[in-house]
Design a protein around this ligand. Structure first.
Ligand SMILES: N[C@@H](CCC(=O)N[C@@H](CS)C(=O)NCC(=O)O)C(=O)O
Length: 215
C-alpha cells in the first residue's frame, strides 16, 4: 500500500482527508500543493485531477479527487464496518450529512470565510458578510437541534458524518466574528476536540490566510 496525499495543510478540503487518514491510522506521504506551493496548473498535476484542485489522493494505481469521494473511498477501503457499514440504510446516515455539508453548510461557511476573513478589511462586502452570517447561523442552529439527542451526527459513535461538517467548526468559531455558540454544537465540538486527530489536522492556525484573496 502506498498512499500519497496532495494538498496544502491549510486547505479546508485537505484537512478533512488528513483527519480521516489519521482516524483510520493510515500513513500517507504528504505532498504540499496549491496556494503558495503552486503546482495545480502543471501538466503532471492536471493529469491527476483535470480540475486542478486539491486534495488528490493516490493509492497505488488509483487516483482520486473530490474530498468527499476520497473520504468515502478511505472509509470503504480501509474503515471496515465501523466507518462503512454493509447496510445501505446504515451508510445513508452518514452520507446524508456529507451531502448536506457539501451542498448547504460548506457553501455558506466558505462565503463567510472568504468575504470576511480572506478579504482585506477595506474591501470587505458588508452585505454579503451579513447574509452569509445569517445563513451560517441558521445551519448551525439546525445542527444544534439535531445534536440535541445524540453525541455525533451519524449516531452514537464518531463516524464519516462528522468529518465534513466538523471541519468547519474551528474556523467558524475562531475567525473573529461574534457568532452564537449553540450548546449542542459546542458539546459536539468539545467531543471532536478531544480527539488528537482533530487537534492535529483541523485545529491549526490559519492566520496566514487573513486578508489574503491571493497567495
Ligand atoms: N469540491 C472540491 C473542492 C476542491 C477545492 O476547491 N480545493 C481548494 C482548496 S480547499 C483548492 O484547490 N484551492 C486552490 C489552491 O489551494 O490553490 C473538493 O471537495 O475536493
Amino acid at each position: 500500500m502506498a498512499l500519497t496525499l496532495w494538498g496544502r495543510r491549510s486547505a479546508f478540503n485537505v484537512q478533512k482527508v488528513l483527519w480521516m487518514l489519521a482516524e483510520l491510522g493510515l500513513e500517507a506521504e504528504h505532498r504540499p500543493a496549491g496556494g503558495s506551493h503552486g503546482l495545480l496548473d502543471q501538466p503532471g498535476f492536471l493529469a491527476m485531477n483535470p480540475h486542478g484542485r486539491i486534495p488528490v489522493l493516490v493509492d497505488g494505481d488509483e487516483i482520486l479527487w473530490e474530498s468527499h469521494t476520497i473520504l468515502r473511498y478511505l472509509a470503504a477501503q480501509y474503515g471496515g464496518e465501523r466507518f462503512w457499514p454493509a447496510s445501505p440504510a446504515a451508510r445513508s446516515l452518514a452520507d446524508r450529512w456529507m451531502d448536506w455539508s457539501q451542498t448547504a453548510l460548506q457553501p455558506d461557511f466558505m462565503r463567510l470565510f472568504w468575504s470576511y476573513y480572506r478579504t482585506p478589511e477595506p474591501e470587505r462586502p458588508a452585505d454579503r458578510i451579513l447574509a452569509a452570517r445569517r445563513d451560517c447561523e441558521a445551519r448551525f442552529s439546525l445542527l444544534d437541534g439535531e445534536l440535541g439527542d445524540r453525541p455525533y451526527l451519524g449516531g452514537s459513535e464518531f463516524g464519516l458524518a462528522d468529518v465534513p461538517a466538523g471541519t468547519t467548526l474551528f474556523r467558524y468559531f475562531e475567525m473573529g466574528l461574534d457568532v452564537p455558540h449553540p450548546p449542542a454544537v459546542m458539546a459536539w465540538y468539545e467531543r471532536l476536540a478531544a480527539r488528537p486527530t482533530f487537534r492535529e489536522h483541523v485545529m491549526i492556525p490559519f492566520d496566514d490566510l487573513f486578508g489574503r484573496v491571493e497567495f
